[in-house]
Design a binder for this molecule. Structure first.
Ligand code: ADP
Length: 405
C-alpha cells in the first residue's frame, strides 16, 4: 500500500529505538539508490527520508519534500514503494509525503555543506578529473565542445559535472537545455541535471536580462562559489567551460583545483603561434597542464555533392599542437546538425548519436583519457592568492538570489 497525503505524519518516525533490525538496514540500503530525477542525487542524501519505521512486515517511510519539489511526490513515493517492494519480508509499505520543515532544510544544508568539503577534496586529489575547456578567443566553439564532451562522457556511464566558468558570456544552460532556478539548502546549491550531466552556471542564478558585470575579486568569488558551494556529489569528471582568452578565471580554477588539465579549442584558421603563446602563458601562470588541442570548424562537407571545402583554412590545430607538444584530440567539421542542436538545446551527442560529429566527440573522450593518463602526474603548487578547496576556504554567495536560497 502506498499512502500519499500531505498531512504531517501522526507520529515522528524515528530510528532511535535501538539498533536497526536486518530488515530495516536492508530497507535503508535499498532506499539509498533512489535518485532525485531533477538533480541526480540520492534523495536520502538530500534529507528527503528523515524517518523509516519497520514493524513486522510493515515499512512506513516519511518522505519530506521541499516546497519546490512537491510535484515529485507521486514519482518518489512510487520509487520508494518499488524499491521496498522487492525486499523479502515486506508486505505492507506506507509512504507519507509531507513538506520538509525549515529546520530540517537548514540541517540538510549544514550536512551537505560538511559533505561538500570532503567531496571537493576529491577535485584536488585527482579522484575527480577536472578538464577545463579553453580557447584563444570567443566564437570558436569552446562551449559547444564543453557541452558535448560532458554529455558524451555521461552517456558512457561516467558521473559528470559541467561547471560554466564563462561568467560574463555563459551559454552552457541554453546549449545543454537546462533552465529554472537551482534548489538551495542554506548556502549550498544543487546542480541541475540534464542528459545525465550535473550543471551549474551563473546563467541559472541571474535573470536573463541582467547584465553580469563581474570584476576581478568578484570573479574569483564566482568561480569559488561554483566549485565549492554547489553540491556536486561524487563525480568522475568535472568539465569546466572557461572564458575565452587568458585572464583571472584559469588562475582561480588552478588555485582551487590542484590537478586540472586544459583542452584548447581552436579553428584551423587561428594563428597557431598566437594561440599557443597565449594558452602556454595561461597554463604556465595558472599551473595547469595542457592535455591536447581540438580543432573545431575543420572543413565543411557538402551534404549534396560530398565536396569538401576548407572554409576556415587548414592546419591550425596541428600547428598549435606541435608548438605546445600535445596531441590533437580531434577535429570537428562545420556541421549544420551541430549548430542546430546547439540552438535547439539538445547537444548533438544526445540528439543524433549516429551523426559523424557525435561519433567524433565520443572518440575525443577516449583520446582525452589516453592523453591525461600519459601525462606525468606531478604535484602542482597552489597559488597563494586563493585557499585550496577543502582547506577551509570561505566563500560568500555570489548574488542576492543565491543568498536567499
Ligand atoms: P565559444 O564558446 O567559443 O564562444 P560557441 O560554442 O558558443 O563558441 O559557438 C559559437 C557558435 O558557433 C554557436 O552558435 C555554435 O552553435 C556554433 N558552432 C560551434 N561549432 C560549430 C561547428 N563545428 N559547426 C557549426 N556551428 C558551430
Amino acid at each position: 500500500m502506498v499512502t500519499m497525503s500531505f498531512e504531517p505524519p501522526a507520529e515522528q518516525l524515528t530510528d532511535e529505538q535501538g539498533p536497526p533490525s536486518l530488515l530495516e538496514s536492508t530497507a535503508r540500503r535499498s532506499l539509498r539508490t533512489i535518485l532525485d530525477p531533477e538533480v541526480g542525487l540520492p534523495i536520502e542524501e538530500l534529507g528527503m527520508l528523515p524517518g523509516l519505521l519497520v514493524e513486522d512486515d510493515l515499512v512506513r517511510v516519511d518522505l519530506a519534500l521541499v516546497p519546490e519539489r512537491v510535484h515529485l511526490a507521486d514519482h518518489l513515493s512510487n520509487a520508494v514503494a518499488a524499491a521496498l517492494g522487492q525486499l523479502m519480508g515486506i508486505r505492507r509499505i506506507e509512504v507519507l509525503p509531507r513538506e520538509m520543515t525549515s529546520v530540517e532544510r537548514d540541517e540538510v544544508g549544514q550536512r551537505l555543506g560538511a559533505a561538500q568539503g570532503r567531496q571537493i577534496a576529491r577535485l584536488s586529489d585527482g579522484t575527480t578529473k577536472v578538464v577545463a575547456i579553453a580557447s584563444g578567443k570567443g566564437g570558436v566553439g569552446k562551449s559547444t565542445v564543453a557541452v558535448n564532451l560532458a554529455c558524451a562522457l555521461a552517456a558512457q556511464g561516467k558521473r559528470v559535472g559541467l561547471v560554466d566558468l564563462d561568467i560574463w558570456g555563459y551559454s552552457v544552460p541554453k546549449m545543454i537545455g537546462v533552465s529554472g532556478t537551482p534548489l538551495g539548502f542554506g548556502e549550498i546549491l544543487l546542480p541541475m541535471q540534464v542528459h545525465g550531466v550535473k550543471v551549474a552556471s551563473i546563467g541559472l542564478l541571474v535573470d536573463d536580462r541582467t547584465p553580469v558585470v563581474w570584476r576581478g575579486p568578484l570573479l574569483h568569488e564566482a568561480v569559488q562559489h561554483l566549485l565549492t558551494r554547489v553540491y556536486w556529489g561524487d563525480l568522475d569528471v568535472l568539465v569546466a567551460d572557461l572564458p575565452p582568452g587568458t585572464g583571472d578565471v584559469p588562475m582561480s580554477l588552478a588555485g582551487l583545483v590542484r590537478d586540472a588539465v586544459v583542452v584548447i579549442v581552436t579553428t584551423p584558421q587561428e594563428t597557431a603561434s598566437a594561440v599557443a603563446e597565449r594558452a602556454g602563458r595561461m597554463a604556465k601562470t595558472a599551473h595547469l597542464r595542457v592535455a591536447g588541442v581540438i580543432e573545431n570548424m575543420a572543413g565543411y562537407e557538402c551534404p549534396h555533392c560530398g565536396d569538401r571545402s576548407e572554409l576556415f583554412g587548414q592546419g591550425g590545430g596541428d600547428e598549435l599542437a606541435d608548438l605546445l607538444k600535445v596531441p590533437v584530440l580531434g577535429r570537428i567539421p562545420i556541421s549544420v546538425q551541430l549548430r542546430r542542436s546547439c540552438d535547439e538545446h539538445q547537444p548533438v551527442v544526445v540528439a543524433a548519436r549516429a551523426d559523424a560529429v557525435a561519433k567524433e566527440f565520443i572518440a575525443i573522450t577516449s583520446r582525452l583519457d589516453r592523453s591525461t593518463r600519459a601525462m606525468v602526474r606531478r604535484h602542482v603548487p597552489v597559488t597563494s592568492a586563493s585557499p585550496a578547496i577543502g582547506d577551509g576556504a570561505t566563500v560568500r554567495p555570489i548574488c542576492e538570489k543565491a543568498r536567499t536560497m
